[in-house]
Design a protein around this ligand. Structure first.
Ligand code: PBG
Length: 336
């Protein structure tokens, strides 16, 4: 700590513990606070019956007929937005993800139902082909290559399809180059100029997505194939700045970093340098680790609030988390 004497005189004049002694004083010196307004709740939708996701204890695939009541819980407690993901029937999957363009697909149906029944919550829909392709990749493929520009065409139509159903925020999660610009232009041309774009701007090829792929049923199709030719290498951080800057230039309103907890340095760096509304995704693998440890009594439930507050400290304006409802209830009851 060279030249850094702003804390004043040292011990015994300075006692850092003095400020920490009383609860009211600890509250007074608190620098970052998690509130319900920071939470976005990802929800899995299914055409089948309600099933628990085995790799994510406590998280269920929600049938369409229950979706509005489910989302109402989030709306009532004050969660600002939800993010929808579909478990697509394997028979509807093909090599180009055509089901993504069906205006009666699970996501569109769910969006319309929620819009009609929960008027004050924001709906985020994911743009990527992986829930709809029989190979589990986010784009269309030729031999072993994930095609970029050809994929953009379909992603653009997918975004329009979701916006037509009533999505408030389009969230491209595919990591194709140029997709934010392509989608922004199409939305504007089709009278959706107020639909926001939350770009998965710095998204890493991560092992922490495992349980999610199980949840949407893309894991078996993907098997040992990797997404390293489009998602980022977890060894890199300067590259994340370039990725996010490009998405800002292309018209992103909100940017996301993913995964979350092992990537707090990236969140910090991006928020400090680019000053955008910045979101972190505490992904399925992070949820599973914490939840399983809580269920086994290895960790206290308070770990949930700690982990989420740390995202705020790193600079995130909000967090996509499967704990959103649980965390909102803990915050409301001040039980942590
Ligand atoms: C789809 C997508 C993924 C996640 C969100 N959107 C998986 C992936 O890229 O393979 C991961 C979410 C999570 O793990 O919680 N493109």
């Amino acid at each position: 700590m060279a030249n850094n004497n702003y804390t004043g005189a040292s011990f015994p004049l300075t006692r850092m513990r003095r400020n920490r002694l009383k609860d009211w004083s600890r509250r007074l010196i608190k620098e970052h606070t998690l509130t319900v307004n920071d939470l976005i709740w990802p929800i899995f939708v299914t055409a089948n019956k309600k099933t628990e996701i085995s790799s994510m204890p406590g998280i269920y695939r929600i049938p369409l007929k229950e979706i509005s009541n489910y989302v109402k819980k989030a709306q009532n407690i004050g969660i600002p937005a939800i993010a929808l993901f579909p478990e697509t029937d394997p028979n509807l999957k093909d090599d180009i993800g055509s089901e993504a363009l069906n205006n009666n697909n699970l996501i569109c149906e769910a969006t319309r139902l929620i819009k009609n029944n929960c008027k004050s919550i924001g709906i985020i829909t994911d743009v990527a082909l992986d829930p709809y392709t029989n190979h589990g990749h986010d784009g269309i493929i030729e031999k072993d290559e994930i095609l970029n520009d050809e994929t953009l065409e379909i992603l653009g139509q997918q975004a329009l399809n979701q916006a037509s159903a009533g999505a408030d925020i389009i969230a491209p999660s595919d990591m194709m180059d140029g997709r934010v610009q392509h989608i922004r232009k199409l939305l504007d041309k089709n009278n959706f100029k107020n639909v926001q774009i939350m770009s998965y701007a710095a998204k890493y090829a991560s092992n922490f997505y495992g349980p999610f792929r199980n949840a949407i049923g893309s894991d078996k199709n993907l098997s040992k194939k990797s997404k390293k030719s489009y998602q980022m290498d977890y060894s890199n951080s300067d590259e994340a700045i370039r990725e996010v800057q490009l998405d800002i230039n292309e018209g992103a309103d909100l940017i996301m970093i993913k995964p979350g907890m092992p990537y707090l340095d990236i969140i910090y760096k991006i928020k400090s340098e680019l000053k955008m509304p910045t979101y972190a995704y505490q992904v399925s693998g992070e949820y599973s680790m914490i939840k399983n440890a809580i269920n086994s009594n290895y960790l206290s439930k308070n770990t949930i609030i700690e982990a989420l507050t740390c995202f705020k400290r790193a600079g995130a304006d909000g967090i996509l988390t499967y704990f959103a409802l649980e965390a909102a209830m803990m915050l409301k009851d001040e039980k942590y």
